[in-house]
Design a protein around this ligand. Structure first.
Ligand code: ZN
Ligand code: ZN
Length: 393
């Protein structure tokens, strides 16, 4: 596929972006999305590697320049592709055609920024050596899609991993980048508080699990202020409380659910321990019993210093503005790709934000992306990947 000029390439990227926006698919249902990505890449002569993935796919672009020193490297760019169960309210001519589904996290932008990058790298293949893998990942919103990619052994030969995210807090084309932790570890807990059911008028005949559970909630919120280093970002939210069926019966059980977000590994371990202790001992003080289920989610994402500095350097050369990447205790399963516990080895990673025009936050029904940022994002990412694989940073 040949584009006569940048304008033609830009129009193509925008047209395809609008197609993806009109056709959102939820986590692990990205069948049409995957087929369309495959079609666009194949049309452009880009190789799709047959990894065993039900949805999502992996493509590779090879540089044709002779390597200056050492063996040829393989690096990867991850673009997530799934949408959210939200009914779109954005007033745009290419709004979602499926009620109840919407690209409200900008993953349609990630797809086209990724495809645009692949096109540019292929066009300039004589300028660089090595291999760039493009991971079009399913199920990010489910928080475990990355694990499906990893199970398919996609990362076996990858030395460094890059990721991007749309950022509606910044003007189009502003790059958010910073060394260090940029997304949190996302863990989940369920606490079952077991008491003894009885008549509401005779609480002395039973053990009230609701009162015990409310004390447990108070206790859980003290962990951050009394156990975690005040300079470490962390939080706990109880997000579901369930108990009882009617007004005159004290139920036998209450259930709590929530999430813990941490940046530091030690805090994550400490939190798990303290949630167990706090729930179990407070419940015991009320004569009840607490059973804690702790579900580890994606770890925190750490931006490698060298890679973050490279992003800043390329932005400077390209005349793009950079800002320190915003602190967030949100999570992204991108972190699995660089996690030693998951991967068995250290893989430096970098997850940067690309301003998509100031507007509604991600996951909002009126979230939208300024389409004019797609080509600059692809050009920027192509430069960053070429500089990274060339090792000249
Ligand atoms: Zn999202
Ligand atoms: Zn997202």
């Amino acid at each position: 596929m040949n584009f006569h000029d940048e304008k033609e390439l830009e129009q193509y990227l925008i047209r395809q972006f609008e197609w993806f926006h009109r056709h959102p698919e939820l986590s692990y249902e990205e069948v049409e999305t995957t087929a369309k990505i495959r079609e666009l890449l194949t049309e452009a002569g880009i190789e799709v590697v047959p990894y065993p993935l039900e949805t999502g796919l992996v493509a590779v672009v090879h540089g044709e320049k002779e390597a200056e020193s050492g063996p040829e490297r393989t690096i990867a760019l991850r673009c997530d592709i799934d949408a959210l169960p939200i009914t779109e309210q954005a007033e745009i001519p290419y709004a979602s055609e499926t009620k109840g589904k919407m690209h409200a996290c900008g993953h349609d932008f990630h797809i086209m920024a990724g495809i645009g990058t692949a096109l540019l790298l292929k066009e300039r293949s004589k300028e660089w050596s090595g291999t760039v893998k493009f991971i079009f990942q399913p199920g990010e919103e489910d928080a475990h899609g990355a694990l499906k990619v990893l199970e398919a052994d996609v990362m076996d030969d990858v030395e460094r991993i890059w990721g991007l995210h749309a950022d509606p807090t910044n003007a189009a084309g502003v790059i958010g980048i910073r060394e260090g932790y940029v997304t949190a570890a996302v863990d989940r807990f369920v606490i079952r508080v077991k008491g003894v059911g009885c008549h509401a008028a005779h609480p002395d005949d039973g053990v009230d699990p609701i009162l015990a559970a409310s004390a447990v909630i108070q206790g859980l919120h003290s962990i951050i202020s009394r156990n975690i280093n005040a300079f470490h970002p962390a939080l706990l939210s109880v997000t579901r409380v369930q108990a009882g069926t009617t007004w005159n019966v004290i139920p036998a059980e209450a259930e709590l659910e929530g999430t813990v977000r941490t940046m530091n590994r030690e805090d994550r371990i400490l939190y798990e321990k303290r949630v167990h202790e706090t729930a179990e001992r407070i419940a015991a003080a009320y004569g009840a019993e607490a059973e804690v289920e702790w579900i580890f989610g994606a770890p925190a994402t750490y931006n490698d210093g060298r890679m973050a500095r490279l992003c800043e350097k390329i932005a400077r050369i390209q005349g793009m503005e950079t800002v320190p990447e915003e602190d967030s205790l949100g999570g992204d399963d991108f972190s699995y790709y660089e996690d030693k516990d998951t991967m068995g080895r250290d893989i430096p990673g970098c997850y940067l934000k690309i301003g998509t025009g100031v507007g509604r936050p991600i996951h909002h029904p009126a979230f939208c992306v300024d389409e004019r940022v797609i080509l600059p994002a692809a050009k920027y990412l192509a430069e960053v990947l070429m500089a990274d694989i060339g090792g000249n940073c």
